[in-house]
Structure formats: structure tokens, C-alpha cells
Ligand binder design. Structure first.
Ligand code: ZN
Ligand code: ZN
Length: 600
């Protein structure tokens, strides 16, 4: 019997509901997923002009016989699954049997395939099968899609510029390389290699191919489970944060998914470790009984709903926070002597930054040649990768330091530009941003004090009159209870004025009015009052206000005190805005910089 089964009409309709082919990446996705379903271990993706002119996907999978090779171009045929229930339970990726006929209907497609016995070539133009013949071919499948949308000019116009189309493909193949470290992926555009993964089965190696070796060196393995979920993967040191959300790659039962709740759990763990506008690099797989997830099928994106999200949150947060709280996170200044290690991400980013007219007509595409400078693969990546230590989680105990004093004692030697404390110890030299450091100390102090519900109040000998604008006054009158909850004794004095008779004891005496005004500002501007967010905002704002500034010249004893207090914070590495507080030059890097080994 034919391997291709005619799909249940219901499923066909559900799937056909979404537009399947709209971008180059949707074609690449369909072809690559077919290759993976065919058990390929080597998949080559060659594009001409970002795939707008030509997309060729070659694999070493099981291939097809003549009957299937022809049948796969007919509508509603799929070899992949029979009912909707199969969607998440089977290993198959593709569930859009619709896509290949759709692709063939808007392009010139040539399929060459062999099951190892006989080879077949099928030529389809605009959906019409024009030629079927036998050919001697190696086992596997090669599909060439030329002139996408040549017969539907309206849709051709919707293709974005070449850079965007290519960037989407790069992102997709990157995710696939991370998802299938055992499959070798090779992506080329106009003959230039863009992404190459070696198919060694090593996830960390795949990460180094996608994000660069420097990133791979700063990835932390995580692994753990509870009664509902099992999680495995890598998270990055905060210093490797990216400005693009796509740095977070999540799989559920090895299937790539995008889920906002999940992304939020991850970014929340990095709160204050990185700026709010940045994202950590994360690659994790979550194993779960399919009963606990709800699939929202859309042909172009994969979202699911977790029915036990709290259980997932508890496990995942725990795994990430435990790692972040137990490591020395001081970014080390390394002198980059291998500038060739440009990550794919960076290349794609640079491409996107280039200004190319968005509405390029097809005729003029030829003139635009993509020329981003990817160095020849595989370079000396392999040597570099082998230097990455892959430490199983269980053996990592020695790297984990106690939460208190995660940083060794540092001895200040002076101040640079009135801003940076220079310090040293036996491991190297440190630069500490004095404002960021003080801010971290004060932030944790305020956060703790506000959280203790200690209702000690400080009475004011002379009550403090605070005048507001009439608008502020009106809003604040509605929210007066918030001030009372915070242990203020407050009175409405009328005429846009309130009177503070006593305040929480921890407010800084020397800048009382300023601090109270800041708090009022936050109360007024907060639309929906979330006590946690409020506390957090107040703590950050007060910490920033009350901390020494750049150009405040402090003496050595004050520096020593600041460094000691910083060492004793929960997270001495970043300020509450996610900026680094300390950077370091290791003794080794310093010696390298001054080429001291020359004289040895
Ligand atoms: Zn600040
Ligand atoms: Zn800050």
C-alpha cells in the first residue's frame, strides 16, 4: 500500500484554514520538516537570492517510490497522520500535507527522489504535473522550488525584502539545528555558507554554531523534573543577553513552540540580572504528558497551553534561579583574538540593520546581491568547540559557590573618572561602577524593609506639607489608602495639599521630601495597583535617588565599605536596572595583554 494516506477531510479543512505559503521561510519549513520526517541525518538548504529565485533542499532520508512521488503533489494527501489526535503524539513534524501541493502550484518545482532502489523525477509547473521519469539517483530527496509566486504577482509583492526573507530562514534553521543536534544542517545563500551544524548530537556544539563560541562558553546546563514536567537544556550567563526575544528557544516534547507564558517565566528569572529590554539565551526542552497540554494549531506558528502552568513555573524558575544565585557572574574582559567567530545571530542582525528598500520588485532583485561576510566554514571552529568544557550537571558542585560572598574580597586602590572604583585581589583587577554598586545595596535594603510589614513609624516633629498639582491631588485622594498601607500617617489638608505626620522608619531622613514625592509619583502613575510591582518600583527609584552618583569622590575607606556591602548582597553583579556593577580583567588576561610571557 502507498505510504501516503489520504487525509481525513476534517483535518484537511482545519489545516487548510490557515494560509500556508506566504514567505520563503514557510516553503523552507515545509521542505525541511518533510526531510526530518523522512529520517534524514543530513539536510542541505541552498537558496538563490534569499530563496526568492530558488530554494533547493537535499536530504539523505528514506526517499519515495514513484507512486508517492506523484501522489505527494495532490491535494489532501499526507503520509504523516490520519487524525487530529495524532498531531502531538507522533514524532512527525509536518502536519500540513497541504503545503507541498500549495508550493508546487505557485512555482516551478522539480522533485528528485529515490528509495534506494529506483529514482524518480517529477516536474510540476504552476501545479500541473508535466513530466515524470525514472532517473538513477542516490537514496534521498531533492526538491528544487524555482520562481516562487511567479504566477501570482500579488503574493510576490508581499514578500519582504531579501534581508528579511533570509533572516527568517536563518532564524528557522537555527532553531532546527538546536532542536535536532543529531542532524547536520547546511544553509547556503548564493553559494555562501551561512549556518552549518555538524550533526554530532551535542547540543552545546549546536549552540556554538548558532550563537557563537563565546556564548557557548557562557551557557549553564540545567536539568530537573517534578511529577508533571521534565526539563533539560542550557541557560546563558546574564552578560550574554540579547536584544531579540528569539534568543529564547523552547521545545515541548522536542517540538519547537512559542509560548508567551513560558517566555515570561524565563525572563522573570533574569529580572534585574539583565536590563528589561534584553533577553537571555535559553535552549530548553520540556517533556510532558500530552494530556497536560492543549494545542492551538496554526500552520505557521506553534503555540500550546499548559494546563499545569504553576507546576511548570515552580520547576523552571527553581532550576534557573538556583544557577544564577550560585555563580560568579562577573563579566570577564577577554581580548578577542579570533574575530572570525561572528555568530549567525549577529550576521542576521547586521543584515536587518542594513537599509534596503522594502518594496523591491521581482525584476530588480537580481541587482541586489547579498554580501554579508561569512567566513569560510568550518574554520577552526572545531578546535575552539572542543575547548568548551561540557560538564554534566551533577559534577558541577565545585563551581557552585556559597550564596554569601559569591565574590572574593576585593581591595580598592583608587577611583577613575570619579565613577569607577579600581580594586584588586589575587585573581585579577576589578572595575566597579560606584553608583550601580550602591544602587544594588540600597535596592535590596528597601525591598527587604518594605516587605517586612514592620509598622515602625517615625513621627515628624514638624509635619511635612506636600503641595501637588490639582490633577495629582485629585488622583492621590482616591488612592490615599495606599499611603496608609505603607505606614504613612497622612491627612488631607485641602487646597491641593496633604500633610504627612509620620512615615515608615526606613525612609532616608536627609532626603525625606524627595523620597515621599517619588513614592507619590509612582502611586499616581500606577494604573492597576499591583503591590509587588509597586514595591519593586519604589525600591528601584529610591535606590537610584539615594545612591552616590558618578563624580561623587569617595575616599578609600568608603570604597572598602561599599565593596564589602556589595559582596554581601543577594546579587552583587548587576544594579536593579540590570546594568553590570563589576567587570574584571583576570590576572591571566592582563599578562596576555602585556605579553608578559615573552620575557619568561
Ligand atoms: Zn541609578
Ligand atoms: Zn541602575
Amino acid at each position: 500500500m502507498s505510504k501516503v494516506l489520504v487525509m481525513d477531510q476534517n483535518l484537511a479543512n482545519k489545516i487548510a484554514a490557515g494560509e500556508v505559503v506566504e514567505k520563503v521561510v514557510s516553503v523552507v519549513k515545509e521542505l525541511v520538516e518533510n526531510s526530518i520526517d523522512a529520517e534524514a541525518t543530513d539536510i542541505k538548504i541552498e537558496l538563490v537570492d534569499s530563496g526568492v529565485k530558488e530554494i533547493v533542499v537535499t536530504d539523505n532520508g528514506v526517499g519515495m517510490d514513484k507512486e508517492d512521488a506523484v501522489l505527494c503533489f495532490s491535494r489532501h494527501a499526507t503520509s504523516k497522520l490520519k487524525t487530529l489526535d495524532d498531531l502531538f503524539n507522533i514524532d512527525s513534524l509536518g502536519f500540513r500535507g497541504e503545503a507541498l501541493p500549495s508550493i508546487a502550484s505557485v512555482s516551478n518545482t522539480i522533485l528528485q527522489t529515490s528509495n534506494g532502489k529506483k529514482g524518480t523525477e517529477v516536474e510540476v509547473n504552476g501545479g500541473n504535473i508535466e513530466n515524470v521519469r525514472h532517473l538513477d539517483l542516490p537514496q534521498g530527496t531533492k526538491i528544487r522550488v524555482k520562481n516562487l509566486f511567479y504566477n501570482t504577482p500579488v503574493r510576490l509583492k508581499y514578500l519582504k525584502n531579501l534581508y528579511v526573507e533570509l533572516a527568517n530562514v536563518v532564524e528557522y534553521i537555527s532553531k532546527m539545528a538546536l532542536s535536532y543536534p543529531s542532524i547536520r544542517f547546511n544553509l547556503l545563500n548564493n553559494g555562501k555558507s551561512i549556518l552549518y551544524s555538524d550533526g554530532s548530537g551535542n547540543l552545546l556544539k549546536a549552540i556554538s554554531r548558532v550563537h557563537g563560541i563565546d556564548v557557548a562558553k557562557k551557557m549553564i546546563p540545567i536539568s530537573g523534573d517534578n511529577e508533571d514536567y521534565k526539563i533539560e537544556g542550557y541557560i546563558s550567563y546574564p552578560e550574554k543577553a540579547r536584544s531579540n526575544r528569539s534568543s529564547i528557544t523552547t521545545f515541548v516534547n522536542n517540538r519547537l513552540i512559542k509560548n508567551n507564558e513560558l517566555n515570561k517565566i524565563i525572563t522573570d528569572c533574569y529580572h534585574t540580572y539583565i536590563p528589561a529590554t534584553k533577553y537571555p539565551i535559553v535552549v530548553i526542552n520540556i517533556e510532558v504528558d500530552p494530556i497536560l497540554i492543549d494545542i492551538n494549531i496554526h500552520p505557521t506558528k506553534m503555540d500550546i497551553k499548559f494546563s499545569k502552568i504553576d507546576s511548570l513555573k515552580e520547576l523552571l524558575s527553581n532550576l534557573i534561579i538556583t544557577q544564577l544565585e550560585s555563580r560568579n557572574l562577573i563579566p570577564e574582559i577577554e581580548i578577542d583574538d579570533n574575530t572570525q567567530n561572528k555568530s549567525i545571530e549577529l550576521i542576521a542582525q547586521e543584515m536587518n540593520n542594513d537599509k534596503v528598500p522594502v518594496e523591491k520588485e521581482y525584476e530588480t532583485l537580481e541587482e541586489v546581491t547579498l554580501d554579508f561576510d561569512v567566513k569560510e566554514e568550518p574554520m577552526d571552529l572545531n578546535d575552539a568547540i572542543s575547548s568548551i568544557e561540557i560538564i554534566p550537571v551533577a559534577e558541577e558542585k565545585e563551581e557552585v559557590v556559597e550564596k554569601t560572598n559569591r565574590i572574593k574580597k576585593m581591595y580598592p586602590v583608587g577611583l577613575v573618572h570619579g565613577t569607577y572604583i579600581v580594586a584588586e585581589n589575587e585573581d585579577g583587577m576589578y572595575l566597579i561602577d560606584q553608583h550601580a554598586a550602591a544602587e544594588r545595596i540600597n535596592y535590596e535594603k528597601y525591598l527587604k524593609k518594605m516587605g517586612t510589614h514592620d509598622n515602625h513609624m517615625q513621627d515628624l516633629l514638624i509635619p511635612l506639607k506636600i503641595e501637588l498639582s490639582s490633577q495629582e491631588y485629585l488622583i492621590l485622594k482616591e488612592k490615599m489608602d495606599k499611603l496608609i498601607e505603607l505606614n504613612f500617617e497622612v491627612e488631607d489638608f485641602g487646597i491641593n495639599t496633604i500633610i504627612i505626620r509620620s512615615h515608615p522608619y526606613w525612609l532616608p531622613e536627609h532626603a525625606l521630601e524627595e523620597a515621599i514625592r517619588k513614592m507619590i509619583d509612582i502611586i499616581i502613575s500606577e494604573k492597576e495597583f499591583d503591590p509587588y510591582k509597586f514595591t519593586e518600583k519604589v525600591a528601584i527609584t529610591l535606590a537610584c535617588k539615594m545612591s552616590i552618583k558618578a563624580n561623587d569622590h569617595i575616599e578609600l575607606p568608603a570604597m572598602e565599605d561599599l565593596l564589602e556591602r556589595l559582596r554581601n548582597t543577594d546579587n552583587p553583579f548587576t544594579c536593579p536596572h540590570g546594568r553590570p556593577t563589576i567587570i574584571t580583567y583576570s590576572k591571566y588576561e592582563l599578562e596576555k595583554l602585556f605579553m608578559r610571557s615573552m620575557e619568561k
